[in-house]
Design a protein around this ligand. Sequence first.
Ligand SMILES: C[S@@+](CC[C@H](N)C(=O)[O-])C[C@H]1O[C@@H](n2cnc3c(N)ncnc32)[C@H](O)[C@@H]1O
Length: 306
Amino acid sequence: MPSLLSNRLTKWALGPVAALVDQRISRHTAGLRGEITELRRKQHGVSMLLDRTGRGQHRMPTPEQIDTLVREVRAVTDAGERARRNVTVAYRNVVALEALGVGRMAGGTSNVCGKLATVPLLARPQGEEHGAPGGLDVLEIGTLHGLFAAALMRMLHRTGIEATLTIVDPLAGSQLQPGTSDYEEPTGTPVREDVVRANLALGGGRPGTGARIRQGFSEDPKVRAEVSDRKYGVIVVDGDHSFEGVRADLEWVELIAAPGGVVVLDDYGDGRWPGVKEALDKHLAGGDSRLTMVGRVATSAFLRAR
Ligand SMILES: C[S@@+](CC[C@H](N)C(=O)[O-])C[C@H]1O[C@@H](n2cnc3c(N)ncnc32)[C@H](O)[C@@H]1O
């Protein structure tokens, strides 16, 4: 009986306090709900900028992925702190150009940023005969929408190099890849010259000199004859990914790479394209190549021509 009484007494005495606590909890919960809604709204906006919708690959790397990439760029270039700067700037360019451009860049974020960060750290200007003081001739075999080429021109320009670009791609309306069935292009954008030109207009490079776009296959003798009119300080091999296709491109590269030129072989070691690695490994094992392996960043091999 006394305990019943004291329970009632306690409840009565603590009633106002309990109500106050209840009120505070409700206010706190409402506040938290508001904060969560606000955070979700912000996160949704960022996701729409960076997720994979309309481009196939998201652009949301983890801090660990970026740290790994920076380490790999450093190992290949001896760039020290400039490696992180270049990776960061490359990432900003990828996001900006994919947001503004037509179509997409092919490849995951580490792969694309790795190439964009590393090439300017390895490339050497070729001199006045290549357009301008600090000029450089760049060849990309396989461009898709031309957005990577635009970003590469910007990255080179940041280091003071006004590069001149040549592109070889069949630009056949859609991506062609021997041995694979038709791609469903995640952007819905055709692979066409007008698209490439629209994207190159967003890039860097030497003002007034439009890029040379040679529509055709890199193994076509007519295409080769036309494009072999100069030596290239940077060559990006990213066309036919089959063993035979890469072998043929590497043989051509031997003839058109400038002394000291940088050759990038995309998708080296990517399990989806085993022929790429097989072809380069076999090419180098021949022992008579002008190319020496500099190293690997993400899924790209970097080589230097003698
Ligand atoms: C992977 S995509 C290139 C992606 C681009 N370099 C980028 O980083 O965004 C491959 C491109 O090479 C083209 N291609 C296929 N076979 C080729 C060949 N034999 N010569 C030149 N380009 C070729 C494809 O049609 C496609 O446009």
